[in-house]
Ligand binder design. Structure first.
Ligand code: PAF
Length: 273
């Protein structure tokens, strides 16, 4: 596995690669969720590139940028064992200069849910993903469904900016008890981790209701709120795949999303029905 930190060096190197390129952008602290993205990429592509870059522009003042878990050595081993061809490991100076050009998230979809609690967050995400796509020029790029709004906005950016990469959504990986894998789970104490399970339990209850043909959004939300109980809930939303509010669930076109604060850790989870 080649490790490159210079953007132009990587761009020049990838120009010499004539194989189909799959790309997984990450912020490191790699876990089984990232591994499933790498596995999908390896199934579909002849050459796989992973980036590890904790992107400062997607963190708001006072967020966890400084303490975001960093495990470069472990990440290198994980990528190498997973058969990654190139690991892109840039520093901030390799990605950002002064007086930057930014990609703006759309006014509506970019400022609801995560965008409402973290205004400007998606400008940072879209800006860095745009830069990374320009550096790597991948044929396919892999994103977890767990960050559903991020996936939705990146898909929209690719369409609206006429980019040629194909975005591939990959299912959320869960612990055996249902907790969705996230780099932020390391912040949870044993007690908080138990509390966090209310999130996947509420989503599981929602999917059970739907399988009983209970499609009314308000009823489903009510049951979810009961399970989420004592957690500080950021939002519980039931949307269609275009991220518009619906009153009734339509199978094949719905996402149920939860954001909650467990201790001081904000956790996201969702199911696609
Ligand atoms: O999902 C993430 O890890 C990040 O938001 C991403 C897509 C790598 C951009 O920094």
């Amino acid at each position: 596995m080649k490790i490159i930190s210079d953007a132009l060096e990587l761009k020049a190197y990838l120009k010499t690669i004539t194989k189909s390129v799959g790309f997984i952008p990450t912020m490191g602290a790699l876990h089984d969720g990232h591994l499933s993205l790498i596995k999908e990429a390896k199934k579909e592509c002849e050459f796989v590139v992973v980036s590890v870059f904790v992107n400062p522009t997607q963190f708001l003042a006072g967020e966890d940028l400084a303490k975001y878990p960093s495990r470069d050595e472990a990440d290198k081993k994980i990528c190498s064992l997973a058969g990654v061809d190139v690991l892109f490991l840039p520093q901030v100076k390799d990605i950002y200069g002064e007086d930057e050009v930014y990609v703006s998230a759309p006014d509506v979809r970019g400022y609801v849910l995560e965008g409402a609690t973290r205004p400007g967050h998606f400008n940072g995400v879209l800006t860095v993903v745009n830069k990374l796509f320009n550096i790597v020029s991948p044929d396919y790029a892999y994103f977890g469904k767990k960050d559903a709004q991020q996936l939705n906005l990146i898909t929209l950016m690719v369409k609206q900016l006429f980019m040629s990469v194909k975005i591939v959504p990959v299912d959320t990986v869960r612990e055996s008890d249902g907790l969705a894998l996230s780099s932020r789970n390391v912040y949870l104490s044993t007690k908080e981790r138990k509390e966090a399970l209310k999130i996947s339990t509420a989503l599981y209850e929602a999917s059970k209701m739907v399988s009983r043909k209970e499609f009314v959004v308000d009823d489903i939300k009510m049951s979810m709120y009961k399970i989420l109980g004592s957690l500080e809930i950021g939002y519980v939303e039931i949307l269609n795949r275009e991220f518009k509010i619906v009153e009734e669930i339509e199978i094949g076109n719905t996402v149920i999303l939860v954001e909650a604060l467990v201790g001081t850790t904000r956790l996201l989870d969702n199911i696609w029905l």
